[in-house]
Design a protein around this ligand. Structure first.
Ligand code: FAD
Length: 471
């Protein structure tokens, strides 16, 4: 009887730097690579009514899984694709194919770890081993200079400690080949409407920053292009607050979120680039941002379910949040009457992406100007963002809403100040709000100050602000 292992791919849809998959190919005679579309991830978020995984991300995920299958075929194998509850599907497969062990990547957040626990319980009954591998961050949790329960609550303290005392492990090579058991029903890739009812592939808006396509192959091409072909990494620190175009920032986030590229792979490329073409503040700053990403992952481990509650990881029960659905919908649709906020929200609605600068502003606006429950905003981002990452999303929302680990109290993003600084000519606002196309730059962020004559002259049909932001 050959020794068999199921490798369950989750948010690690790649062959490079995938320790668990590599070990499965080394430790077994036959490997069954598996991806399960967990139906719970496509249900509606209640009471808000939008799907947990929206159409932009669903498309990206489908492309990523297809690409993984193609790449596994090149190694002599294939990918089994199923739809349902992973814990049930995997335990059934394990029995049917008499496998010795299930290997998978370790997740940090509640829903994901609940599935791990439930699967592990089922497998115990059948005496099947269950091994998890951590590969989602630059720093391995075991290499941190403190227990995760003692994680510093200020990012800078965390960063300084890991930079001084921890090392980043090297990447794992791709397996050369592996053998699949004969006679397996591999299963077909679902259509998008089988995942989200009545959904089709979204249209590509020509204004999108990048026509993102899922999969490891595309991820590595983007890395190559951003770092090596165009040298954009050399100016990252100066351009990263941009709003328009493919290259003001790396745009690697959607691929990182589904694990199509490993953060350590990016790190090694940057280090190689620094050795060959020189290091500067910008090359370091991309690593700095990846350390932020690590930090939120460890914050999620430390605080567990508190990350998702309106009181946040601070457990702040004094703040009162509004649940005004009408106001929230205006925010979602980009109809608040505040041009900089609306432009960003429309970009998200129509493309599934928004810059970091935009995210900080719209999140602050929802929580601090409108006083709406920030968890609604985070849930909408979960549905809509192409790069949705549980820890980064909920951690950043905690931070901006003032219930997370921001050492500065009452941080506030004033939309007018921010818009004037980051979109001085109104180019970005006009891109997403065509109804303001004829407004001169000096007025573009101050539409509510225009006289009725001016409104008519510039052909403005735009709502008044739903809240006064002059704080
Ligand atoms: P770059 O500027 O090129 O940065 C490189 C990488 O560093 C990113 O891909 C990302 O992995 C990481 N990174 C950069 N900034 C942050 C940050 N603030 N927190 C954590 N990681 C960071 N990022 C997500 O990946 N998924 C999310 O769901 C998400 N939700 C967010 C919600 C809010 C309210 C805010 C303020 C930020 C959120 N971010 C999230 C962080 C950040 O906005 C995005 O990572 C970034 O805009 C992605 O673009 P990029 O890949 O070009 O980033």
């Amino acid at each position: 009887m050959p020794k068999r292992i199921i490798y369950w791919f989750r948010n690690d849809l790649r062959l490079h730097d995938n320790e668990g998959f590599l070990k499965a190919t080394q430790n077994a005679d036959e490997v069954i690579p598996l991806y399960v579309f967990d139906t719970r991830q496509f249900e509606q978020i209640q009471p808000l009514g939008f799907p947990k995984t929206g159409q932009f991300r669903a498309k990206f995920l489908l492309e990523s899984v297809q690409n993984l299958r193609d790449n596994l075929r090149k190694k002599g194998g294939n990918l089994l694709i199923r739809q349902g509850k992973p814990e049930a599907i995997i335990s059934d497969l394990a029995r049917e194919w008499e496998v010795e062990a299930i290997y998978t990547s370790k997740e940090a957040t509640q829903e994901e770890t609940d599935v791990e626990t439930s699967l592990s319980k089922k497998l115990k009954v059948y005496n099947v081993d269950f091994e998890v591998f951590w590969g989602a961050t630059l720093y391995h949790p075991r290499d941190l200079p403190f227990w995760v329960s003692r994680l510093p609550d200020v990012f800078t303290d965390f960063r300084k400690a890991v930079e001084k005392q921890s090392t980043i492990r090297s990447i794992f090579p791709e397996p050369i080949s592996f053998k699949l058991p004969e006679g397996l029903e591999t299963g077909k890739l679902p259509e998008i409407y089988e995942l989200i009812l009545f959904s089709l592939f979204p249209e590509v808006d020509p204004r999108t920053v990048l026509n993102f396509k899922g999969g490891e192959t595309e991820a590595l091409l983007r890395l190559q292009s951003y770092v090596w072909d165009t040298d954009h990494i050399k100016t990252y620190k100066e351009t990263r607050n941009g709003l328009i175009g493919a290259d003001y920032s790396s745009k690697l986030s959607p691929w990182l979120a589904y694990g199509c590229v490993s953060p350590r792979q990016i790190y090694e490329e940057i280090k190689r680039y620094e050795a060959e073409r020189g290091a500067n503040d910008s090359t370091y700053w991309l690593i700095f941002e990846l350390i932020w990403r690590d930090y939120f992952r460890f914050v999620a481990l430390k605080y567990g379910p508190r990350l998702f509650k309106p009181s946040g990881i601070q457990y702040n029960l004094e703040l009162r949040w509004s649940h005004d659905r009408e106001v929230f919908d205006k925010w979602v649709e980009g109809q608040t009457g505040v041009p900089f906020v609306d432009a960003n929200m429309r970009e998200l609605l129509l493309t599934g992406f928004m810059s970091n600068r935009g995210r900080q502003n719209v999140a602050s606006f929802l929580a601090k100007d409108l006083g709406v429950d920030w968890t609604w905003g985070a849930a909408y981002f979960e549905s809509q963002l192409l790069d949705y990452d549980v820890s980064s999303n909920w951690g950043n929302w905690n931070y901006v809403a003032g219930v997370g680990n921001d050492p500065r109290e009452n941080r506030y993003f004033n939309p007018l100040t921010q818009a004037t600084k980051y979109d001085p000519q109104g180019e970005y606002v006009k891109r997403w709000l065509p109804e303001l196309a004829n407004v001169p730059a000096e007025w573009i962020h101050k539409i509510s100050s225009l006289t009725p004559d001016q409104l008519q002259k510039y052909g403005v049909k735009y709502s008044s602000p739903i809240v006064n932001t002059d704080k």
